[in-house]
Design a protein around this ligand. Structure first.
Ligand code: SF4
Length: 393
């Protein structure tokens, strides 16, 4: 978060070419106040701006009428704009899932997915018991919306999981805090989400490895908690096992720390290193050592995401190994099983439905809470591991 007031003062020329466009979205109330003070305004103008950007979700500077018109004009002349990412394309699945191509200011695009009624993995599985869900209608008698939004943290990804389409893009760039939080606010806007009434889960499981963009990822979480008003207990971040990132995450205060999911995907180091080369750097035991540093909230569980690949990770004996691994961690864990979603140019095969059920039963039989994630939006390439900015719907 930049508090560098020189960004605002000293700029007296407009920027018609748009070279020096400066997004306000992404700055927290404190940084906005600092910018206002630097512009000769009282600090409370920063709070007004934060209200407009994050609570009222105003997307155009000129529409922020709590600021006097001359101030809006001056800010615009200095290159400032709301600068929130925008939905450029929508792909709608037969199951109601929507996949968005979200465009940043530099025209780079990432993907965000809206899954109505949760995704069967992060919601509706007991993982959110710590929060009072209330009844199905809000105070005004309006039906509550329930959905899970899958958010991207990087353009592409450098981790190179062999089963993942995003990996094919390589890493293009990190997203800024504003671009990460902006995906959520933009999608809220599209669906008329009322924070506080509607039950929204966020999963940071879209394109990218959040812990390789740690600063911006956590800055986005702080914005979503502090400025937008969301609970971190309704957010889950998934990592491929970046040990320094997990160790840092374990130090975050509970009031801004999302829940943690480890993208495990294999029963042992040998198979994991084959399908997730990152495992050669940080093997399973090193990841678990880092995870043990987290101070969990009551009822909180660590999630193991487990992608089932036909003949590679879906054998019954693998389930027994995963159960042993889960017990060995000494942590309260649950397992989310994901039947692998096919993608062009990836050589794996989808598991048989019977293999998925056998695997689930084997794990559950070992006393591990296990859920099968309903595949969402497969027909629009919105399902797990399918995010590659595909433009066919
Ligand atoms: S599964 Fe996640 S971490 Fe692995 S390559 Fe894909 S986006 Fe990156």
């Amino acid at each position: 978060m930049s508090g560098d007031s020189s960004q605002l003062v000293g700029l007296d020329a407009g920027d018609p070419a748009g070279v020096n466009r400066r997004p306000l979205f992404g700055l927290d109330a404190e940084a906005l106040a600092a910018q206002m003070v630097a512009a000769g305004e009282p600090p409370w103008r920063g709070r007004q701006l934060a209200e407009a950007l994050y609570r009222q979700r105003i997307a155009e500077l000129d529409a922020i009428t709590t600021l006097p018109k001359p101030l809006r004009q001056r800010l615009a002349a200095e290159g400032w704009e709301v600068g929130r990412p925008q939905i450029a394309q929508v792909f709608r699945s037969v199951d109601g899932t929507e996949r968005y191509l979200v465009q940043c200011q530099d025209a780079e695009t990432v993907e965000t997915v809206w899954m109505p009624e949760g995704d069967g993995g992060e919601a509706g599985d007991g993982s959110g018991q710590e929060i009072d869900d209330g009844d199905e209608t809000g105070e005004a008698g309006k039906r509550r919306q329930r959905a899970t939004i899958c958010v991207s943290s990087q353009v592409g990804c450098a981790v190179n999981c062999q089963f993942c389409l995003t990996a094919k893009l390589g890493l293009q760039r990190n997203l800024t805090a504003g671009e990460i939080a902006g995906q959520v606010v933009t999608v809220f806007d599209r669906h008329g989400v009322e924070v506080g009434r509607d039950r929204m889960n966020l999963v940071f499981m879209g394109m990218g490895e959040p812990f390789l963009n740690y600063e911006n990822f956590m800055a986005a979480v702080r914005l979503l908690v502090t400025e937008v008003g969301l609970s971190p207990q309704r957010m889950t971040v998934s990592t491929s096992g970046i040990v320094p990132g997990i160790e840092r995450f374990a130090q975050e205060p509970p009031e801004v720390r999302p829940k943690l999911a480890i993208s495990l995907n294999a029963p042992n180091d040998q198979i994991r290193s084959e399908i997730m080369p990152i495992n050669r750097k940080w093997p399973i035991e090193a990841v678990m050592d880092a995870v043990r540093q987290l101070r969990l909230r009551s009822h909180e569980r660590i999630t193991f995401e487990y992608v089932l690949l036909d003949g590679v990770t879906d054998r019954p004996e693998h389930a027994v190994e995963v159960a042993r691994l889960a017990r060995k961690t000494g942590l309260p864990v649950k397992v989310n099983l994901i039947a692998w979603n096919p993608g062009p140019g990836i050589e794996y095969t989808m598991p048989q439905p019977e293999a998925v059920e056998t695997f689930r039963q084997a794990l559950a039989g070992e006393g591990i809470p296990t859920y099968v994630r309903r595949p969402r939006g497969r027909d629009i390439f919105a399902a797990c591991g399918q995010l590659k900015r595909t433009v066919e719907g």
